[in-house]
Design a binder for this molecule. Sequence first.
Ligand SMILES: Nc1ncnc2c1ncn2[C@@H]1O[C@H](COP(=O)(O)OP(=O)(O)O[C@H]2O[C@H](CO)[C@@H](O)[C@H](O)[C@H]2O)[C@@H](O)[C@H]1O
Length: 502
Amino acid sequence: MGRRLAGSGQHKISGKQSMNVLSVTAEIFPLVKTGGLADVAGSLPKALKSHGIRMRTLVPGYRSVIESLDDATPVARYDSLFGETATLLAGRAAGLELFVLDAPGFFYRSGGPYTDEHGVDYPDNWKRFAAFCFVASQIAGGLVQHWRPDIIHAHDWHAALSLVYVKYKSEVEVPRVLTVHNMAFQGQFPAHLFSELGLPDEAYSIEGLEYYGDLGYLKGGLQAADAITVVSPTYARETMSPTFGMGLEGVMNARHDDVLGIVNGIDVDVWDPSADPYIEHRYSAKTPLRRLPNRQALLDLFGLPQTPGPVFASINRLTWQKGMDLLAAVVDEIVTMDGRLILHGNGDAEIEYAFLDAARRFPRHIAVRLGYEERVAHKIHAGADAMLVPSRFEPCGLTQLYALRYGCVPIVARTGGLSETIIDANVAALQAQAATGIQFSPVDAGGLRLALRRALKLYRHRRIWEGLQRQGMKTDSSWHRSAARYAELYGDLTATDMRLAG
Ligand SMILES: Nc1ncnc2c1ncn2[C@@H]1O[C@H](COP(=O)(O)OP(=O)(O)O[C@H]2O[C@H](CO)[C@@H](O)[C@H](O)[C@H]2O)[C@@H](O)[C@H]1O
């Protein structure tokens, strides 16, 4: 993997000291977030600054984004962008440099970014994100005066079509990068919509958007990208297999040489237990005892008794991917060991019901808060003893990285990025004082049950458990290394481009 892109170490393009990158994403923290994509899109620009990279991000003009803009200058207007009036704004919000596509007909809606208030996909998602991607390709082509990107970097299927527009419609050569955060979401739509996209016929082919007789936005992006990054090396490999490739393993294999696994970093300023505004008792790796009052506060917040057994937590989308049905199936194990489970998240109705039912049956052991609040997530990381991440597949995973930093020991399925970011507490790793958590496999209810029992044993050996916490808190999960890899990739691509041009 990644042979053609293997780093030259050169981060500069054609003698220039800095580089402009246009990031294209449907979510960005703290303005709009349904999951980890937002966290990555929101933290990478800051991390790239020290590499001389100025990243500006194009996001859809959802209400929350428009309302957060500190200043907004119109830079282009569309009388009819796929049938809607639209204005491209340039502005700043929460320290981010943004382009915002203000198209109220597409983005000013009462539901979420992709679904209505009942969780049903908007029927015109194909058009909303095609319009968004078309504008991205125009920015890449020089639409905005005084700011032209050297690279266009698209995230996931919502932004993938921008690379297709650049490839087939733009007169300007701009290197194209696609990051895959989750292969399960592909943006698949009926083929008859192709004629509405304004792309040349050749774009509807096996090398383009055609996907099992439909349109595949992610598939098109994978084909149009000069480089594909996947959010961990393990998941990058996994996507080349039928189990994890979800129908795109053939394309991933064909693009093998251009695929690079780069593990996500986290924003260590937002996730910092020594300066976290959401927690009452701040602490660090040097003052772990100060963490204890947060545990008490958390149990009070969730109405659970202050008994000595382990406090497990899970902050998650309640879905099959995240293995949350497995956790629901083993809650009795936690009750039997006199542990407690704190659950925060939402998702599939059946899984929500299973946890609500468990909380009703075991009110002294299980507490559930449906939904998602950033403030609550921080309190849980600071107070729980262990964080459960039983994902069936996990491209990278951020929750376990936040948990490490907060001294909340991660218990994770051995898959994708989880397997490479957590060091299992086996005998050798414990002896070497390298262990940071528990991994389990097979990823099923039996495997999870055994992991809970292992956790209880370790938890009872206070010195061992505190060692895991300490080692986790010392782990560097910042963007430091991974931002350098993106910078190197951009450098390689622009250098390649210059060679071709010359
Ligand atoms: N119910 C909920 N609603 C809203 N937010 C919630 C939530 N439950 C948890 N969150 C928050 O969303 C983030 C979860 O990020 P993850 O990376 O762990 O998974 P996600 O599947 O969203 O992301 C995908 O993209 C990221 C980024 O590349 C990859 O790390 C990951 O493996 C991949 O599946 C955390 O900030 C968490 O606090």
